[in-house]
Design a protein around this ligand. Structure first.
Ligand code: ADP
Ligand code: ADP
Length: 232
């Protein structure tokens, strides 16, 4: 579902350049929950942002669903990006929009009709369990509720892939578990491929099928979670 080939990302120029990713290769299969773990500065955030070209790689290729995103025109990239949802550590919600309007945002952007928007938003609100909160603003929600809005918004365009950038790092342990459980439910219900980056081992161990360990811009270990973390 996702293939990264010889992915390199350099920030800055010349002597001051930082190489965040160094010829990284990675394959993520359809329907799996794939975790990427590494210390701060290892390149996790750059890696996940390259998967939807929020960050443009310096060289290498990013393939999602059989399409090479790095070769696309702006217009076609915009279309392909609808197949890739993303959620964030700090949620990135529109603060002046209600829960309903935050979730409706990508649908309205895609010029869906009023009835279709309403049906889809209500379905998503039920999926993430926010029926009682749909007219609230983000500031009136707990962290876990905000991330539920983030998840519903990310699912609005029926993506094939959900990218999670430290999505539980701002949450307490109990809320983290409830969000991970929701992600697992969604993975099973829709066979949605989920990529999750984190610095927390617990997150990887609780829901991931496979994991890659990233260090200094390269994958240093990769495999089933049980193989990578439970070696004798
Ligand atoms: P992680 O998410 O694992 O903490 P990052 O991908 O954020 O790692 O960073 C990897 C490296 O790239 C670090 O050395 C970081 O300082 C550098 N870096 C990240 N973003 C930028 C940027 N916008 N400009 C310059 N350097 C950056
Ligand atoms: P949690 O127990 O998950 O930390 P909170 O205590 O923050 O959640 O919130 C509990 C309930 O109160 C939630 O339904 C939330 O929507 C509501 N709520 C939280 N903060 C506010 C606020 N500032 N104004 C109105 N309602 C709020």
């Amino acid at each position: 579902m996702i293939e990264l080939k010889q992915l390199t990302k350099r920030y800055g120029q010349g002597a001051k350049a930082t190489e965040a990713l160094s010829g990284l290769n990675l394959s993520i299969h359809k329907g799996e929950i794939f975790g990427v773990i590494g210390h701060s500065g290892a390149g996790k955030s750059t890696l996940i942002r390259c998967m939807n070209l929020l960050e443009r790689p310096t060289s290498g290729e990013v393939w999602v669903g059989g399409v090479n995103l790095t070769g696309l025109s702006k217009q076609r990239l915009q279309n392909e990006r609808r197949k890739i949802g993303m959620i964030f550590q700090h949620f990135n919600l529109l603060s002046s929009a209600t829960v309903y309007d935050n979730i409706a945002f990508p649908l309205r952007l895609a010029r869906k009709g009023k009835a279709e928007v309403e049906a889809k938003v209500n379905e998503l609100i039920a999926l993430v369990g926010l029926e009682a909160h749909c007219n609230k603003y983000p500031a009136q929600l707990s962290g876990g509720q905000k991330q539920r809005v983030g998840i519903a918004r990310a699912l609005a365009s029926d993506p094939q892939v959900l990218l999670c950038d430290e999505a539980t790092s701002a949450l307490d342990p109990q809320t983290t578990d409830s969000i991970l459980k929701l992600l697992l439910d969604i993975n099973q219900k829709f066979n949605l491929t989920i990529v999750l980056i984190t610095h927390e081992m617990h997150v990887i161990q609780s829901i991931c099928d496979r994991v890659a360990v990233i260090h200094q811009g390269g994958i240093v270990e990769e495999g089933a979670v049980t193989d990578v973390f439970l070696k004798p």
